[in-house]
Write a protein that binds this ligand. Structure first.
Ligand SMILES: Cc1cc2nc3c(=O)[nH]c(=O)nc-3n(C[C@H](O)[C@H](O)[C@H](O)COP(=O)(O)OP(=O)(O)OC[C@H]3O[C@@H](n4cnc5c(N)ncnc54)[C@H](O)[C@@H]3O)c2cc1C
Length: 495
C-alpha cells in the first residue's frame, strides 16, 4: 500500500490506513473509546482473552491525564490516613503486579517522610502507618519501611529545615513512566490483535439491534466513519461525562508538576512534604526532580490544562519552606505539566479528600462507563471491566492473563529500564516513528520520549530531531516547518 498524502500537511502511513480501514469494515466485539491507560488496559485484556477489539483516541495516545501524573505506582499512604483501606490494599497489590509484568517500568523508590511534633501526621501514626502499608502489599512491598533518627535524616538530607524535626520514616513505592506504560500496553494489545487508531474522535452512537453503530471522525483526514461493535467501553477519563450515552458524573481537579535540575535539590530519595493535611512530593527523576502536586477544582477547557503562576508559587513555597537553602524560583523551572483527575463525583469536601476509587457501570445495554481510579490500578480496572463485558455476552470468560503475562518480552525492552527518557538519536526517533503511531512532532517530543519535559535544551532538540521525523514519516519541508512552529508555540503556552 502506498503512503497517502493528505493536503500539504500529513502523510498517512500504510499501517494507519489499514487500522482505519479495519475500524470501518470489521465487526468488533468491543470498541474502546479513549487511549489513556484505562482504555489501553481494557484493549489489551480483552484482546488477550480473544475478543475482537477496536480502540479510538481523539488525539495522541496518552495525551490526556495518563501523561500528566506524578509517575508513581503507589498504594497511597495518605489514603491510609483517610481510612480508604480497600483502595490502598488494591493499589498496593497492583503495584507489585506491575513490578512483575513490567519490570522496565516499575522501579522501587524510597520516600523519606520527615516528622515534626504538632503536625497532623504524628510520628507514632506514621510509624504504624508504614508498617501497615507494607502489610497491605502482602508483606512484600518493593522495599521494607524503617524509622530514621535525626542524625541519619540530616546526613541524607543536609538541606532540610531542622527546627522541630524529630526524625523520619522511610517507605517504598514505585517509580514509572506513565505515557510509556500506556504505549507499551498498547503495543501488547496490538500484538494480541487489537485494532488501534490515534487521532480518531468518537462523535456519537446509536444502538441497532444488538450492536452499537459508532460515528467517528479521523482528525487528520477529516474522514467520517462508522464503527460497528457489540459493546462499547467509555474510557475517556476527564471527558467521560461529556460523551453521548455516558451516565458518569465527574468532579475534575487539576494537579500541576514542576521539573527542576537535581543539582538544585540533590535528593538521594523522594521526599514527602506537607502542607496542612495535604502532602506533596519531591521525586528524583534521573538528573531532574519532579515537584508536585496541586489539587484544585477545575472547570476550564479539557484539552491541555495549563500551569499558572499561583500553582508555581504554591509548590515552590512549600519546597522552599522545607529546603530553605535551595531558594528555588521560576527561573529554575525546566518544564511544567498539568493534568486533570477524573474523580467519581463527590461534591462535598476538599478535592484531596475525595476517594480515588473507580466505578464500572452499564449506562445502556452493552455500554460501559469506566471512571476514576489511578494509573496504578488500571490493570485491575481493565480486568473487572472485561469480566463484565463477558458477563453481558452471557459467555464464560477465558481467564484474565494480564496479572501474569509480561507486558512486552525482554527482546522488546532490551532488558533496559524505560523510566527515564532515551538518548537523543536518529535511530530512536526512527524507531518511535515507525513502530509507535507518531503523527505529530509533539507525539515524539512529549509522550514517546519525554525530551520535552526532561531536557533543558528541548528547543534545540526539537529542531535537531524534526528532520529525522520528517524523513521517517515522509513529511515535506512545509509540513516539517508547520510541525516545528506548532510545537514551539505549544512550549510558549506552557505545555
Ligand atoms: C496531577 C496528577 C497526578 C497523578 N499521579 C498519579 C500517580 O502518580 N500514580 C497513579 O497511580 N495515578 C496518578 N494519577 C491518576 C492517573 O493519572 C489517572 O487516574 C489516569 O491517568 C486516568 O487515565 P484514563 O485513561 O482514565 O484517562 P486519560 O489518560 O485522560 O485518557 C482518556 C483519553 O480519552 C480520550 N478521549 C476523550 N474524548 C474522546 C473522544 N470523543 N473520542 C476518542 N477519544 C477521546 C482523551 O483524549 C484521552 O487521551 C494522577 C493524576 C493527576 C491529574
Amino acid at each position: 500500500m502506498e503512503d497517502r498524502v493528505v493536503s500539504n500537511l500529513m502523510v498517512v502511513s500504510p499501517q494507519r490506513q489499514q487500522a482505519v480501514d479495519r475500524l470501518e469494515n470489521d465487526e468488533f466485539d468491543l470498541l474502546v473509546l479513549g487511549g489513556g491507560i484505562v482504555g489501553a488496559g481494557v484493549a489489551r485484556d480483552a484482546a488477550l482473552r480473544g475478543l475482537r477489539v477496536g480502540l479510538i483516541e481523539q488525539h495522541d495516545f496518552a495525551s490526556g491525564t495518563s501523561s500528566r501524573s506524578s509517575h508513581l505506582l503507589h498504594g497511597g499512604l495518605r489514603y491510609l490516613a483517610q481510612g480508604f483501606l480497600r483502595l490502598v490494599h488494591e493499589a498496593s497489590q497492583e503495584k507489585r503486579v506491575l513490578h512483575r509484568i513490567a519490570p522496565h517500568l516499575a522501579e522501587p523508590l524510597a520516600f523519606i517522610f520527615p516528622t515534626r511534633p504538632g503536625w497532623q501526621w504524628a510520628r507514632w501514626k506514621l510509624s504504624v502507618g508504614v508498617k501497615l502499608y507494607d502489610l497491605l502489599c502482602g508483606r512484600r512491598n518493593l522495599g521494607k519501611s524503617s524509622w530514621m533518627g535525626r542524625s541519619k535524616l540530616f546526613e541524607m538530607l543536609p538541606g532540610l529545615r531542622r527546627d522541630g524535626v524529630t526524625g523520619a520514616v522511610r517507605y517504598y513505592d514505585g517509580l514509572t513512566n506513565d505515557s510509556r506504560l500506556v504505549l507499551d500496553t498498547l503495543r501488547s494489545a496490538d500484538q494480541a490483535g487489537a485494532t488501534l487508531a490515534n487521532y480518531v474522535r468518537f462523535i456519537d452512537a446509536r444502538r441497532e439491534g444488538s450492536r452499537w453503530r459508532c460515528q467517528a471522525t479521523c482528525e487528520i483526514t477529516g474522514h467520517d466513519m462508522t464503527v460497528s461493535a457489540a459493546q462499547v467501553v467509555n474510557a475517556t477519563g476527564p471527558w467521560s461525562d461529556k460523551i453521548p450515552h455516558s451516565h458518569t458524573d465527574l468532579r475534575l481537579t487539576k494537579g500541576v508538576h514542576l521539573v527542576i535540575d537535581r543539582e538544585r535539590l540533590p535528593l538521594p530519595d523522594a521526599v514527602v512534604l506537607t502542607e496542612g493535611s495535604r502532602i506533596l512530593f519531591a521525586i528524583p527523576w534521573g538528573q531532574r526532580v519532579i515537584l508536585g502536586t496541586t489539587d484544585t477544582d477545575y472547570a476550564g477547557p479539557l484539552n491541555a490544562p495549563t500551569t499558572d503562576s499561583n500553582d508555581v508559587r504554591y509548590i515552590l513555597d512549600i519546597v522552599n519552606d522545607a529546603f530553605p537553602e535551595a531558594d528555588l524560583d521560576e527561573n529554575d523551572l525546566i518544564s511544567t505539566w498539568a493534568g486533570l483527575r477524573p474523580l467519581v463525583a463527590d461534591r462535598n469536601g476538599n478535592p484531596s479528600d475525595i476517594s480515588r476509587r473507580h466505578e464500572i457501570a452499564m449506562a445502556e445495554p452493552g455500554w460501559w462507563d469506566v471512571t476514576g481510579g489511578k494509573l496504578t490500578t488500571y490493570r485491575l480496572m481493565a480486568e473487572q471491566t472485561v469480566d463484565r463485558v463477558f458477563g453481558f455476552f452471557g459467555r464464560t470468560s477465558p481467564p484474565c492473563q494480564t496479572a501474569r503475562q509480561t507486558l512486552l518480552d525482554s527482546a522488546q525492552t532490551n532488558g533496559y529500564s524505560a523510566i527515564l527518557p532515551p538518548a537523543v538519536s536518529e535511530k530512536t526517533v526512527e524507531h518511535y516513528c515507525r513502530n509507535e503511531w507518531v503523527v505529530h512532532l509533539d507525539d515524539l517530543m512529549v509522550r514517546r520520549t519525554y525530551w520535552h519535559h526532561y531536557q533543558p535544551d528541548r528547543k534545540d532538540i526539537c529542531r535537531q530531531v524534526a528532520p529525522w521525523v520528517a524523513k521517517a514519516l515522509g513529511w515535506d519541508e512545509a509540513t516539517m516547518t508547520t510541525e516545528l512552529k506548532n510545537h514551539l508555540e505549544s512550549m510558549a503556552g506552557g505545555g
